[in-house]
Design a protein around this ligand. Structure first.
Ligand SMILES: [Zn+2]
Length: 426
């Protein structure tokens, strides 16, 4: 009986999968044929250090990428940023047409590996794995995107499509707090498109990202009367440390169990203090016989929807306001990254990509738990258009010296990206 059910389930999958048309078959074959060039190009770009602060390295990778997109008939531009930001800038490649959906494809040129770190060149470790800096995050992703577009171009199937490729030069700096300029052009161009596809590190053929949590930074400042410790709880009030402890503990009690929400105090100091924003260092002087006059707590807040974020902020403000006697606290928030919310439109895209998966015999496609992925560039544009992320190169160990790409799965994800782009742009 079980067998029959299983068999029926398999048939069902085959029935819902749209078969490959003749032009699609040609694209799939082209991806395979171009694979040696694709792998050689990945090796070439991985071997150029492009840590976010190595501006020359980021631009050099950008130049190589631009030359490739030029060959595919894209118009390429370099978006410079003000010198004060100390960022290399971004590469944009566009083509305009009138058919199908307008796509916004996202990758990044930089890596977490700054020039000061020891660099091992690209290395094949087994017949199905290779290691190198950015080999999946995100040079692998950029190359998956490029190879998919190249196969489509070879088959003349990019004609009359509208595609914007945006490869940022500073994705790894962890958001742009107080620096909206760094993503202004990125957001403006995305708004003119219909669908965003992020080529961040892939999770293999069976998993995709339809939602990501956003992040907000918060600072709690507490002031209190300071003086002889014998008078605490009485004429000296409660001091800044008790008040900060009360607030942080109340945060945990009120919000600690909420689904998809996390709230982490990362720095907590109290006494007589000075704080240096630039180095994130606090200088504290304090003694057991002095009531602490000030306390500072900094942390972050992660949330799945912007409604959840606002309601958490409101609860936090309420808690902060209930000051203990002779203490005064204030909290401020800096939004780092909006949430990529789990919308119906994103779910619809997942279904479309699952259909592509089934066509290619790659099996079902599941949305990953949003709490396990960090924020990335797609989050900035998620409030404006539907999208998916994690279409990039599959592997493991990103942000570590073990960063590895699964080379045997590379052709599969390139074919999948090519077929998805093809179908969306008809
Ligand atoms: Zn990345």
């Amino acid at each position: 009986m079980k067998f029959i059910f299983l068999w029926l389930a398999l048939i069902n999958y085959e029935l819902t999968a749209q078969p490959l048309s003749k032009p699609e078959q040609d694209v799939m074959a082209t991806v395979k044929k171009q694979l040696p060039q694709t792998q050689a190009f990945l090796e070439e770009v991985v071997n150029i250090n492009s840590g976010t602060l190595n501006l020359d390295g980021v631009r050099q990778v950008g130049k190589l990428m631009a030359a490739e997109f030029d060959k595919l008939g894209f118009k390429t531009e370099w978006v410079s940023l003000p010198d004060s930001l100390n960022r290399a800038g971004h590469l944009v490649a566009t083509r305009q047409g009138t058919q199908g959906k307008k796509l916004f494809l996202i990758g990044h040129l930089d890596t977490v590996f700054e020039k000061s770190l020891p660099m091992d060149p690209f290395k094949r470790t087994t017949d199905s794995m290779a290691m190198g800096q950015g080999v999946i995050d995100d040079k692998g992703g950029d190359v998956v995107m490029l190879a998919a577009l190249k196969a489509l171009h070879t088959q003349k199937l990019l004609d009359n499509t509208s595609i914007t490729v945006y490869l940022t030069g500073d994705e790894e700096t962890g958001g742009t707090p107080g620096n909206p300029e760094g993503r202004r052009d990125f957001i403006e161009r995305a708004k003119r498109c219909d669908i965003a596809l992020g080529f961040e590190t892939g999770l293999g053929k069976s998993l995709i990202v339809t939602a990501k949590r956003g992040a907000t930074f918060w600072t709690l400042d507490v002031k209190a009367r300071s003086g002889h410790s014998s008078k605490i709880f009485a004429e000296m009030g409660y001091g800044a440390v008790y008040e900060a402890v009360r607030i942080v503990n109340e945060f945990r009690r009120a919000l600690g169990q909420e689904k998809n929400l996390t709230l982490n105090p990362g720095l907590f100091v109290g006494g007589a203090l000075q704080y240096d924003d630039k180095s994130a260092e606090a200088r504290v002087v304090g003694k057991g016989n002095i009531v602490a006059g000030s306390a500072l707590v900094q942390g972050n807040l992660r949330f799945l929807t912007n409604v959840q974020k606002e309601s958490a902020k409101a609860r936090m403000r309420e808690i902060v306001e209930k000051s203990l006697p002779l203490t005064k606290a204030s909290i401020s928030f800096t939004d780092l990254m909006p949430a990529m919310e789990p919308t119906a439109a994103n779910e619809d895209l997942r279904k479309q990509l699952e259909n592509v998966n089934l066509t290619l015999g790659l099996g079902p496609l599941v949305a990953v738990d949003p709490s396990i992925r960090g924020a990335s560039d797609i989050s900035y544009v998620a409030p404006y258009l539907s999208g998916l992320d994690g279409l990039g190169a599959p592997g493991k160990g990103e942000h570590s010296i073990e960063e590895t790409v699964y080379t045997k799965e590379l052709p599969q994800v390139i074919q999948r990206a090519a077929l998805f782009i093809y179908r969306l742009t008809r």
